[in-house]
Design a protein around this ligand. Structure first.
Ligand code: AVJ
Length: 313
């Protein structure tokens, strides 16, 4: 038998680790290869997937009010790609902004988007920072003493556990000269809205979920048959969390990095958590991380919140 070709040893290591647990898991961060990123883009315009369009609506309707949070000579620091329409809505409203720092783990993506923004906003100093905000947020020396407003949109925070979210918010609160944080957070709502948002009728989210297995096959030489796993979205009431799973449709075995992984029919791989919040749980997170909630801006149906945190003591 030929030895499978492994091009991503970190992915192989993490997958072996996750798939050897009682509840098999794969980490959601691995969704975003080129194909996965394109599928996520497609998800954001699905009729069932309300978060992106709702957050954009809130940002548009309250752009000036949010932009007024920028302190004089402030740096606007965004966690995430900075590629999006959301960034531009706020950049357009922040007429006095001189320095914009997108922070992202993917260097190529960052540089490409930074170049694009420099042409669109010639007066703006775009300073991309390649970093994993889950481990370290180190700013260039020239920016350390400048006042800062942080932007963390998209309910990306929802992927984090409660403890991880509080740890991140605490680290953001302790950035030198930080004055505020604009956070996008998705709210708890009835399951007849939540479940279809994560299990759409046209099957795009299912393809996004199964693409993890396609990626594992390509980058670790595994031999998953993606069609033999069914996409499922579940609501965990206690955790206020949507869980995505890939459920094995039969007893089967998969080879991965020299190991054989057995699946019983009906056994699942847990692939993502997407936490949903309430005004109370957001207030509690703020308290636990040293932030003050200044405003909680919502759409009329209260599906999504853009929360304005201030560092005021
Ligand atoms: C990118 C983490 C905000 O949780 O809604 C969308 C990812 N997963 N559909 C979310 C996702 C399935 C998304 N976040």
């Amino acid at each position: 038998m030929d030895k499978p070709i492994v091009t991503n040893t970190t992915l192989l290591h993490d997958a072996l680790q996750g798939l050897s647990q009682t509840q098999k898991t794969l980490e959601a961060k691995y969704f975003y290869d080129a194909k996965g990123s394109a599928l996520f883009e497609e998800i954001t315009s699905l009729p069932e997937y309300y978060p992106t369009r709702t957050e954009i609506g809130i940002l548009r309707d309250h752009a000036n009010q949010i932009a007024s949070e920028l302190p004089p000579d402030g740096v606007f620091l965004e966690l995430g790609s900075g590629a999006s329409i959301k960034t531009r809505i706020l950049l357009d409203a922040m007429v006095s902004l001189r320095t914009y720092c997108p922070l992202d783990i993917s260097k190529d993506f960052l540089e490409q988007n930074a170049e694009q923004l420099r042409t669109e906003y010639p007066q703006l100093n775009v300073v991309p920072i390649t970093a994993d905000f889950m481990t370290d947020i180190t700013l260039p020396e020239a920016l350390v003493s400048r006042p800062k407003l942080v932007f963390f949109p998209g309910s990306t925070i929802g992927n984090l556990s409660r403890a991880e979210a509080i740890d991140l918010l605490t680290r953001l609160r302790s950035l030198p000269h930080v004055s505020g944080l604009i956070l996008g957070a998705d709210m708890v709502k009835p399951t007849d809205i939540l479940i279809p948002a994560y299990a759409d009728a046209s099957g795009v989210t299912a393809a996004f979920n199964r693409n993890l297995l396609v990626r594992l096959n390509r980058e670790t030489g595994a031999n998953f048959i993606p069609e033999q796993f069914r996409h499922e979205a579940r609501w965990d009431t206690d955790m206020s969390c949507i869980e995505m799973h890939l459920v094995s449709t039969k007893d089967q075995q998969v080879e991965l990095g020299g190991a054989v992984i057995s699946f019983d029919k009906g056994e699942s791989i847990h692939t993502e958590n997407s936490h949903k919040y309430t005004t109370e749980s957001l207030a509690e997170m703020a308290r636990s991380s040293g932030w003050q909630i200044e405003q909680m801006i919502q759409d009329p149906a209260a599906l999504f919140s853009v929360v304005v945190f201030s560092a005021a003591p």
